[in-house]
Design a protein around this ligand. Structure first.
Ligand code: ADP
Ligand code: ZN
Ligand code: ZN
Length: 653
């Protein structure tokens, strides 16, 4: 009787052996007893002996054929090893929930092939032609490209044409987009153009739809899989190309449990399959720029906007002498000009809610969350103070809890208050607010976007959600408010992120027809970053940052890992990391530096205290050797003082 080695989603670095009366396909799901429960696992091997005796038996084999085929299994094993994450958790996280729950692997609703497709009426530009030819010349083998094209330069057009070529050869294409960049518009563009099934994989789908999309990718029925980060794990037997749009975007990094970077993993998948990889963006990350400099990526440039459209004019509005309100007079005047010409205007403010501060004008008491080291944000429509870290809500106090005076006021602006203020300046103009509060309901975002796409003059107020990917043809002007916090951040990547954000947001303006305009309100008009942003010289700015990182030996010139511990008792979290640091230092690896433990920038979140230990090395191998030692010994420390912890390889914040 064969013995089956099974991976189970538990936070342990091992697999489990079970008895079976027949062999099981490697990569198939099995139901097995585990403790008092029955759980779903993945069969990894058929063996004839085990190191353990008294094996339990498999309860049920759920699949005759593997759910995870060999190429995907190899890819997932690689990822588990690189991120030092338990293999069972990695394997099960890579499948849609319905498969994890043991539901049948059967497509419910096959989508039809498109009846007709339509081609654009423009000619592609010389730059686009060169990019397409360069990529297609490298088919059927691994080759990495950076498609560096300014906003509106027609990168998506390049994706569509190379995708069509790959499809013509009977192969599939995987397109990854940022979480909030996967707009209905992007999906529609692929569906309208390509004579194949396009399946989307993203969080707005229900579980049945997610399973169908996964299975159509696996069966080869879908020619194109368009998805957010988890789509990197979609099984695609005829995969011919991977495209990562907006590669610099932070949402490619998963920030909980299995902390992988879909962008970084795309290199591994493309190499394993032996196919081209295209990273597209207007604002390459420093990691990607370095890869291009080291000739690990071939750089293709689209320096101009397509269709003869020019880049928007960008200017600063000096807010140093401004004391009152969110909007400068100059910004209001500019908005008026565009609106009176029937154009749309967008205001970007990266904070939802009404006001970020609720405080006492007498004694300067400030409302803080009882569970976090963070301010409570006032939300007017529900008249509540809300913590954006733990979600706790509270009625606003009437009198100051500190001095008893009735002198409590709000300070600062969020989207909700900005919308209200705009209403008083522009009484007759529709205002469309897009943030997490106004898009919670399914389809709400799609409805808002549809309104904007109708082209009617309006003011759009939005957060990050609007920063990238959108192509609103009647949007002529963008105003950027309150980005100064980015200059004060302790994250060493903050200026890189800020420059990317400004350029991406600016890139929404004037994407067809007349030149657009961007106005940035700031109290730091002399900051050197603006010098580059105003003249659209991201590359020069980023090169300067790269030099700084090199001389400071920071990523991407060094490799980092972060070990975060958290506990209700502050001392326990800190002690745990001290002990880990001691363990790591006993591994004699001089090339790995260890810093910490240090308190997280927000020390307390939802009643837990967070501490970090940073590991850094110029030598990736040495770093990983140390992490492997850590993984081996961690369980012995953990038991002692009940802390939660996670490891983040290549952390981004
Ligand atoms: P990006 O992805 O670089 O932001 P898009 O591919 O969305 O740019 O292109 C921006 C706009 O320009 C779209 O409306 C697109 O249809 C149009 N476009 C793309 N290529 C051309 C071209 N060669 N000539 C004219 N218009 C083009
Ligand atoms: Zn007071
Ligand atoms: Zn809180």
């Amino acid at each position: 009787m064969p013995i089956i080695e099974v991976a189970i989603a538990v936070p342990l670095n091992k697999t489990f052996d079970y008895q079976s009366d027949h062999e099981v396909a490697v990569g198939a799901r099995v139901k097995v007893p585990f403790g008092a429960k029955k759980v779903i696992g993945i069969a990894l091997a058929n063996k004839d002996k085990s190191d353990f005796n008294k094996l339990k038996s498999i309860v049920e084999v759920l699949d005759e054929m593997p759910i995870l085929d060999k190429p995907i299994l190899d890819f997932l094993f690689w990822a588990a090893k690189y991120y030092h994450h338990p293999v069972g958790e990695v394997l099960l996280a890579a499948m849609p929930k319905n498969l994890r729950l043991g539901k049948e692997a059967k497509i419910k609703k096959v989508i039809g092939l498109p009846l007709k497709t339509s081609q654009p009426d423009f000619e592609i530009t010389q730059e686009q032609t060169l990019a397409i030819e360069a990529i297609l010349a490298e088919q059927h083998k691994y080759h990495g490209f950076l498609l560096h094209g300014v906003t509106g330069s027609g990168k998506t057009e390049v994706y569509l044409r190379i995708t069509q070529e790959v499809l013509n050869q009977g192969q599939q294409v995987l397109v990854l987009v940022p979480e909030i960049g996967l707009t209905p518009q992007m999906i529609a563009r692929f569906e309208q153009r390509l004579k194949t099934r396009v399946v989307a994989i993203h969080s707005q789908l229900n579980e049945t739809q997610k399973l169908d999309a996964y299975l159509m990718a696996k069966s080869g029925d879908a020619g194109v899989v368009l998805g957010t980060r988890s789509a990197i794990f979609a099984p695609m037997p005829n995969l011919g190309m991977i495209i990562i749009d907006e590669e610099h975007d932070g949402s490619f990094k998963q920030q909980s449990s299995f902390r992988y970077s879909a962008r970084d993993l795309s290199f591994i998948r493309a190499k394993q399959v032996g196919i081209p990889l295209i990273l597209g963006t207007a604002t390459p990350s420093l990691e990607t720029l370095k890869n291009a400099m080291d000739n690990k990526l071939t750089r293709l440039t689209l320096a101009n906007r397509a269709g003869g459209v020019v880049m928007p004019k960008v200017s600063l509005i000096d807010m140093r002498s401004h004391t009152d309100g969110a909007l400068s007079k100059l910004l209001v005047e500019k908005m008026q000009q565009y609106l009176s010409k029937g154009k749309q205007v967008m205001l970007f403010i990266n904070r939802r809610g009404y006001a970020p501060v609720y405080f006492c004008t007498e004694c300067s008491w400030k409302s803080e969350c009882n569970h976090c080291h963070a301010s409570m944000i006032y939300h007017r429509h529900i008249n509540r103070l809300k913590c954006h870290h733990c979600g706790d809500e509270q009625m606003p106090e009437q009198a100051c809890p500190e001095c008893g005076e009735q002198s409590l006021e709000v300070y600062g602006y969020g989207t909700e208050r900005l919308e209200e203020t705009l209403g008083s300046h522009f009484a007759d103009t529709p205002i469309i607010r897009i943030d997490r509060d106004t898009t919670r309901r399914k389809k709400a975002l799609a409805e808002h976007l549809e309104k904007i796409n109708s082209g009617e003059p309006c003011i759009i107020v939005g957060t990050q959600m609007l920063a990238k990917g959108h192509d609103f043809s009647n949007l002529a002007m963008v105003g950027i408010l309150d980005i100064d916090g980015g200059f004060l951040s302790t994250n060493f990547r903050a200026t890189e992120y800020l420059a990317q954000l400004l350029i991406q947001v600016s890139g929404r303006a004037g994407r067809s027809g007349d030149q657009g305009e961007v106005a940035i309100q700031t109290r730091y008009p002399d900051h050197p970053m603006f010098h580059y942003v105003l003249s659209n010289r991201y590359t020069q700015f980023a090169s300067g940052l790269l030099k700084q990182r090199q001389s400071a030996m920071m990523p991407p010139f060094a490799h980092q890992a972060l070990l975060c511990a958290n506990a209700k008792n502050k001392q326990n979290a800190e002690d745990f990391l001290r002990e880990v640091a001691g363990l790591l230092k006993s591994v004699k690896l001089d090339t790995v530096e260890i810093w910490g433990p240090v308190a997280n920038s927000i020390e307390k979140k939802a009643d837990y205290y967070y501490f970090n230990l940073y590991l850094q090395s110029n030598d990736r191998k040495a770093l990983h050797q140390m992490l492997a030692t850590f993984s081996q010994h961690i369980d012995t420390i953990k038991l002692k003082n009940k802390v939660r912890w996670y490891l983040d390889v290549d952390p981004i914040d």
